[in-house]
Design a protein around this ligand. Sequence first.
Ligand SMILES: [Zn+2]
Length: 265
Amino acid sequence: MLAKDFYSIISSDESTTNFLISKNLVANNENAECIKCGSAMNLYLRKERGKERRVLRCKRKGCQTTQTLRKDNAFWTYIDKNGRLNSGLSLSQQLELVFYWTQGLSNKTIMSLTGRSSNTVCDWMNLCRDIPLKMFEKRNKFGGPDVIIQVEKRDKQTLYDIIKREVILGSIIHSDGWPAYNGIAQYGFTHNTVNHSENFVDPLTQAHTQRIESLWRPLRLKVVKNMCGTSPDLLPRYLMETWWRGINKSDLFNAFLRDMVEVFV
Ligand SMILES: [Zn+2]
């Protein structure tokens, strides 16, 4: 999505709400039922403390129970480290943080574009990473014809366990001469090796393991630069983010909203 199209969506609370309804990302007033009496509900503009919020309101006179549009989607009802719901952000403000995350902007840039604090931005960026994480858990095995898979050096047993779990049988695995790879072929994979010290690309098999090293270096840098806090648990989340960005090359914003329906709604 182009920035100008995105900014026109979040230019008002109403257009944000309509956009999110069209994407199935907030409760739709057309099929919502009052939790108290089961009657149909309307979109209603509630004013409190100078802020306007769109909510669902029961149409039945004498009931008029209201409920938040966000209730069907746990992403919007995120509770921050201090136990505050949504950090007081409107749906438009939340969606703006999501948009910047999908564009891969640094936390620092997002802070200066939104005026949000470092904690708020960190919280929301981590929340955004829940989508790649959940999609990673649902993923299919890798591999098949013409797919390149990168494998880190591990001990023999760990390596076999990962490959058996993650790679489609019959895939071709290219590796360097690390001894732990010996014997992969007996599990039903074709195995080619590259002599790292002698060849950049193996002249016989065309395998190029150097590519693995060149993919890792910029990723390590990005993790160090954008890490919120120092928890080592964050590293796998960054790897899953990189995986998710890799499989959704075009229009990450729409891909994110599509996957949010799968994960949170
Ligand atoms: Zn009601």
